[in-house]
Design a protein around this ligand. Structure first.
Ligand code: HEC
Ligand code: HEC
Length: 263
């Protein structure tokens, strides 16, 4: 018995050793596939796998603009390769599991050509945008930046690295247009007749946790609830067309695009 276990263990180890993916120290420092034909193939792959989130010219959409001379998360070729292969854990950036290494390099070669195009310049004024964010727009009531503000909406400390200006602009005009994966607003009615609307934090077969719009967490047994209404496609974030002027919106976009984390 012990021997059988030991054999199984050694077998598992040998399988692990045969893992075909490159370990980090074996990834070349420079991209081995950068001929014009590679870049062309990379462009093709990019259109299929990446453009839905980063835009056909890498101008950004749901994912950040890649048309920048420096990518903060991929300063060199090795880190770009790793990022494309593995994705960014805990974010919507997926790993390119379906691509072979050569295809990842070709895509990376194309991504680097994007950075040589002009950097997007924004018309808005950052400082005025911050004033609108804290004042007239009441954004800070729901969003925090570097630790200060509400928690109904996501922390925006790094939103400028995550989202493009065009996405941010759209978000202000039509917040329901492009909700994050897994985001769900729910309204529950308890058997005692209370109704609570909030954002789902967690749910399993028996229980549901949510945070209401005043930031209070709640946990319910489903047997105590009369109704669970799932508002897919809804968000508590209001639209700002008609509330802010066009130039105030541009200022807010410039402010958000400048939020790149604490350095
Ligand atoms: C489902 C949407 C989605 C897809 C598909 C996607 N990305 Fe992303 N990508 C994102 C998001 C969102 C981020 C920002 C993640 C974060 O930091 O929160 C990101 C980040 C990145 C970054 C880091 C940029 C920086 O600021 O350093 C690179 C590079 C990148 N993506 C390249 C690609 C490439 C190339 C592909 C195709 C193989 C791809 N992405 C596919 C959503 C996506
Ligand atoms: C009543 C609360 C509330 C207010 C007020 C509010 N938001 Fe939001 N916001 C949310 C919630 C909740 C989400 C997450 C769901 C979604 O994407 O709509 C969100 C999402 C966002 C996102 C997307 C973040 C990401 O990572 O994709 C941005 C950007 C944003 N808000 C900016 C703003 C700005 C700027 C203002 C003010 C002009 C504002 N919000 C006002 C609740 C709010």
């Amino acid at each position: 018995m012990v021997r059988a276990l030991a054999t199984a263990f050694l077998f598992a180890l040998s399988l692990a050793a045969q893992d075909p993916t490159l370990t980090d120290d074996k990834i070349p420092k420079e991209n081995p596939f950068t001929t014009p034909a590679d870049v062309k193939r990379g462009q093709h792959l990019f259109q299929g796998h990446c453009a839905p989130c980063h835009g056909p010219a890498g101008e950004g959409s749901r994912g950040p603009s890649l048309a920048r001379p420096r990518l903060p998360r991929a300063p060199d070729e090795q880190s770009l390769f790793k990022l494309l292969r593995n994705g960014i854990e805990g974010t919507e950036m997926p790993g390119a599991w379906v691509m072979i290494d050569k295809e990842i390099w070709q895509t990376a070669a194309f991504v680097r050509t994007l950075g040589r195009t002009a950097v997007e310049s924004l018309p808005g004024d950052r400082a005025r945008g911050e004033a609108v964010f804290r004042g007239k727009g009441k954004c800070a009531g729901c969003h925090s930046v570097t630790g200060q503000g509400g928690r109904t909406g996501p922390d925006l400390t790094e939103v400028g690295t995550r989202r493009s200006a065009s996405y941010l602009r759209r978000k202000l005009v039509d917040p329901t247009g492009d909700l994050p994966e897994g985001f769900l607003q729910v309204t529950v009615a308890t058997k005692e007749g209370r109704r609570i609307t909030g954002i789902r934090l967690n749910e399993d077969t028996y229980s549901l946790q949510l945070r209401d719009l005043s930031d209070r967490p709640h946990s319910f047994w489903k047997t105590d609830l009369k109704q669970i209404q799932k508002d897919w496609g809804k968000t508590p974030m209001p639209g700002y067309r008609g509330v802010l002027t066009d130039s105030e919106m541009e200022d807010v976009v410039a402010y958000l695009a400048s939020l790149r984390g604490v350095s």
